[in-house]
Design a protein. Structure first.
Length: 482
């Protein structure tokens, strides 16, 4: 399922590819308006809250400038140059191009080059050691398309920004593309809505039957004779129990209330970032079965890896949103043209109480749910013995396109641990019929690298050469599992 490419953000500019924008020079007024619009699209000026559900072809929202949201940069004639790095050159045009698909190591940092009209360099926030580990993991597992984003929730600083396109395909920045289905990551949104709008919590009990691979009308109806399996809302989140989410959503929520929660998490609007981010699509059916299926994560929404990491960081941050950033500074002509501020809050997204409730649900995923096996060795010993971890998996197969999507989004530690800096992570793996690894295993290895580097007791760094024998998704009957 492929949704629209990045929208045209401004009249004088159009996207060249994910993460780059092309602008043609016009009269002074047009060029100035173009620059301001490009700044708004990347979050260097604030964005107005989204209103109404957005479809897969949703455009970027209307934005307005605010002095408080302007980046910290050197004053003087070079200030406009710092703005231009957000604009890509078109034939005969002027501007800057920032391509985050072309990151390069440079000593103890990563950089990407700027081009036209003058040469320059963007110095990035990524941790060079972690970035190399992430890139090596993606290559080792030979995932056709994959993304990893590791971000510090308290200030939005990105520590890993990796994406991989198999050899022979056009290299793109997959982290800002919202082409993958949200799958069961959307249960984070539904779980939040059930807390906020229905007053439910992690310990809310629910018995159920059916719905392992698809949701039918009868799965939405309580039937004591059939409903012999019972769990809690936390258990349903951890094991990604489709029927529980579908049934509770159909009984306790409406398209309006679920859409309100999704839009609070910035579905349907562009996430502020250093380059344009394709809005994650949101299309909630009004009819009961379609609505219930959507609430359980069966199609109708898409998500970018950057957005998935940001959603996890919101929950990790007690419900507060912080603008993510990967550009630390911009240098051109021997001068520092732009320096990123330490943190730019985006306001409260969900209440602190709701964040705590959702955290408890997500912890079940790693403790006993769909990622227990990935986060524990064959003897049942945790790879992170002193760290509680919250997460959510997602799996969905597009049989026509031959694409097998797996997600992991989460954060650790999910409870305060002395002298340990929390991080949020999102991993997307898009495999074909034959595959070696799912996203949760990749996420585990990246987290091992991070926490081993922080000298957390009991955590060891990942070892190279661990790719397993391939499996065949075509041999499974699963369309959607977790």
């Amino acid at each position: 399922m492929r949704h629209s490419s990045l929208p045209v953000l401004i009249l004088a500019c159009a996207p060249l590819f994910a993460g780059a924008v092309a602008c043609k020079a016009g009269d002074a007024k047009t060029v100035e308006n173009s620059v301001n619009s490009a700044l708004s699209a990347t979050g260097l000026a604030p964005q107005a809250p989204a209103t109404g559900a957005a479809s897969a072809s949703a455009s970027a929202p209307t934005t307005a400038a605010s002095e408080d949201d302007e980046p910290s940069m050197d004053v003087g004639d070079d200030a406009i140059v710092a703005k231009k790095f957000l604009r890509g050159p078109a034939a005969g045009g002027e501007g800057w191009k920032l391509d985050l698909a072309q990151l390069q190591p440079a000593g103890d940092e990563y950089v990407t080059a700027l081009a036209a009209p003058s040469e320059g360099t963007a110095h990035l926030t990524v941790d060079a050691t972690l970035q190399k580990t992430a890139e090596k993991l993606l290559a080792e597992y030979e995932i056709p398309e994959a993304s990893i984003v590791l971000v510090r929730p308290r200030d939005g600083k990105i520590l890993v920004y990796a994406s991989r396109i198999a050899t022979g395909r056009t290299k793109r920045d997959l982290n800002v593309e919202a082409s993958a289905p949200s799958a069961s990551l959307f249960k984070i949104i539904t779980g939040t809505a059930l807390v906020d709008h229905a007053g439910l919590g992690p310990e809310t009990p629910q018995c159920w039957s059916g719905g392992m691979h698809r949701i039918q009308e009868r799965d939405l109806q309580a039937d004591p004779k059939r409903d012999t399996l019972c769990t809690t809302l936390a258990g349903a989140m951890g094991h990604s129990t489709n029927t529980v989410f579908a049934r509770l959503a159909s009984q306790k929520l409406t398209p309006t209330s679920l859409g309100e929660t999704a839009r609070a998490y910035r579905y349907g609007s562009a996430l502020p970032f250093d380059v344009p981010v394709e809005p994650s699509a949101l299309q909630i059916p009004e009819e009961t079965l379609g609505f219930a299926r959507t609430a359980a994560g069966f199609w109708n929404t898409t998500l970018s890896p950057l957005h998935a990491a940001w959603i996890a960081s919101v929950v990790a941050n007690g419900g507060e949103g912080v603008r993510p950033y990967v550009v630390a500074s911009l240098e051109s002509g021997g001068k520092t043209m732009y320096t990123a501020p330490e943190s730019r809050p985006l306001g409260r997204i969900i209440s602190a109480r709701t964040a705590e409730q959702v955290t408890r649900m997500m912890e079940n995923t790693v403790a006993e749910g769909t990622s227990r096996k990935a986060f524990h060795d064959p003897r049942g010993k945790s790879f992170f013995p002193q760290l509680p971890i919250a997460g959510k998996t997602g799996t969905l197969t597009d049989e026509k396109a031959g694409r097998f999507y797996t997600w992991f989004s989460g954060f650790a530690p999910s409870r305060p641990v002395a002298n340990v800096e929390p991080v949020a992570i999102a991993v997307l793996a898009v495999n074909g019929a034959n595959w070696k690894v799912k996203a949760n295993t990749v996420a585990r290895e990246v987290l091992r690298a991070y926490f081993a580097g922080q000298d957390v007791p009991g955590v060891t760094a990942p070892t190279a050469g661990k790719a397993k024998a391939t499996k065949n998704v075509a041999a499974a009957t699963t369309k959607k599992k977790h």
